[in-house]
Write a protein that binds this ligand. Structure first.
Ligand SMILES: Nc1ncnc2c1ncn2[C@@H]1O[C@H](COP(=O)(O)OP(=O)(O)OP(=O)(O)O)[C@@H](O)[C@H]1O
Ligand SMILES: [Mg+2]
Length: 374
């Protein structure tokens, strides 16, 4: 799966967006830069809401659609168009806002459009009904160059499982309910839930959504168990133990800085600790003793591995948060090593990160990043 092109005529601050992500570039890692307020987070969240939430949990997409301003005179209004590389072909998905007048004309109906009453509407223009988000406007999608609606359905469902978004928990998420976003800025809120409860609920309901601050220790332990079992299976099959366990330990130790800290699994597999040499002493650390950057890197690795994210489109917002410039540079080769079969789009402010790739990999929104003086 690869996102080749995204076009968004207008959404909030985004205007005339047309970005291409070449599938033959190696690695398939694309920084997305702009100054503050350039619209990077809005863009990643809109891609995620349309391609993931529309199939998984529509309410999150509906929250984003509340922000959409459709010109009054528009019969049919394009919200976004995506070109996707899938099964060795390019498919184009259009997300279109249509109103009742347009559908009356297309379907020859007199009343308000009701998808239940008109099961044949999909045959017209290959339109898939997604949701009605205002008294007048509805969202549809259409996959061009797929004539069979069943085939289009399978494609959109497959795609939804292959689109991921990860970002800092301090980010404002436009796909959360409006009341959730409002309470972030209110001192005495009478809201039923806190912002972080809304955020946790979204993470529970959207399998493609993750924030960096959460470390999946259970996932790391499960991984160790899987690696152990796979090594043992190799022993039975080929007469020699495999090296999955060793590779996993090495990966985790490399994340923490070669020679600095070593990860250790509790003998009863109940948890992990970290060993660190200090002078002649070896001290034991727990996950909560790790630094912000170490925790963040470890959690990204554990997330990618535990969710088995492969052949996917992975959107990262400010991945460099908490990283030293050396790690900002290094995260590109880390992602490539950890899971090279994904496409990564990294909204970033980091020059170090961009310098790990060619200038052609770097995509920009206005106002562009300014080059440092030296
Ligand atoms: N309805 C709107 N119309 C136009 N602009 C808007 C609208 N709503 C919000 N904005 C502005 O659009 C910008 C989008 O911000 P966004 O968070 O997407 O940018 P960003 O590139 O991720 O910024 P940062 O680098 O600071 O994270 C903000 O400056 C915001 O104030
Ligand atoms: Mg942002």
């Amino acid at each position: 799966m690869h996102l080749l092109r995204v076009q968004i005529p207008e959404y909030r601050g985004l205007k005339n967006i047309d970005l291409t992500f070449e599938k033959d570039f190696k690695p398939r890692i694309f920084p997305l830069g702009s100054q503050n307020g350039g619209g990077k987070s809005t863009l990643l969240q809109l891609i995620f809401a349309l391609l993931h939430c529309s199939w998984v949990k529509i309410a999150y997409l509906e929250n984003m659609l509340k922000e959409l301003r459709v010109p009054y005179e528009a019969y049919q209004h394009p919200l976004a168009t995506f070109d996707i590389w899938y099964n060795d072909q390019t498919f184009q998905i259009e997300f279109l806002v249509c109103n009742d007048d347009y559908l009356k004309k297309e379907l020859n109906i007199k009343d308000k459009f009701d998808p239940e009453k008109f099961p044949d509407y999909e045959k017209k223009e290959n339109l898939f009904y997604i949701t009605r988000f205002s008294s007048r406007d509805m969202l549809f999608s259409r996959v061009n160059n797929m004539t069979n609606m069943e085939e289009s359905g399978i494609f959109l469902e497959d795609l939804a499982k292959k689109v991921f978004l990860t970002a800092p928990s301090t980010q404002v998420y436009l796909f959360l309910p409006q009341e959730a976003r409002k309470i972030l800025f209110k001192k005495d809120s009478s809201a039923k839930q806190s912002y972080y409860e809304y955020l946790n609920q979204a993470k529970a309901e959207l399998p493609g959504f993750f924030t960096y601050d959460f470390i999946a220790i259970d996932a790391i332990i499960d991984f160790f168990k899987m690696a152990r079992d796979s090594d043992f299976a190799e022993m039975i099959k080929a007469g020699e133990y495999g090296n999955s366990y060793k590779t996993l330990s090495n990966d985790l130790n490399t994340i923490l800085g070669v020679g600095t800290k070593r990860i250790k699994l509790e003998p009863d597999l109940s948890g992990v600790t970290f060993e660190m040499e200090q002078g002649k002493e070896t001290i034991n650390l727990y996950p909560e003793d790790l630094s912000h950057g170490e925790l963040s890197k470890l959690s990204i690795y554990a997330w990618l591995k535990s969710r088995q994210i492969v052949d996917a489109i992975v959107l990262f917002d400010e991945i460099e948060t908490a990283f030293h410039p050396d790690w900002e540079y290094q995260i590109v080769s880390d992602l490539q090593r950890w899971e090279p079969n994904n496409q990564y789009i990294l909204a970033t402010h980091s020059y170090e990160l961009c310098q790990a790739l060619t200038p052609a990999h770097v995509k920009e929104l206005e106002p562009k990043l300014l080059k440092p003086a030296n």
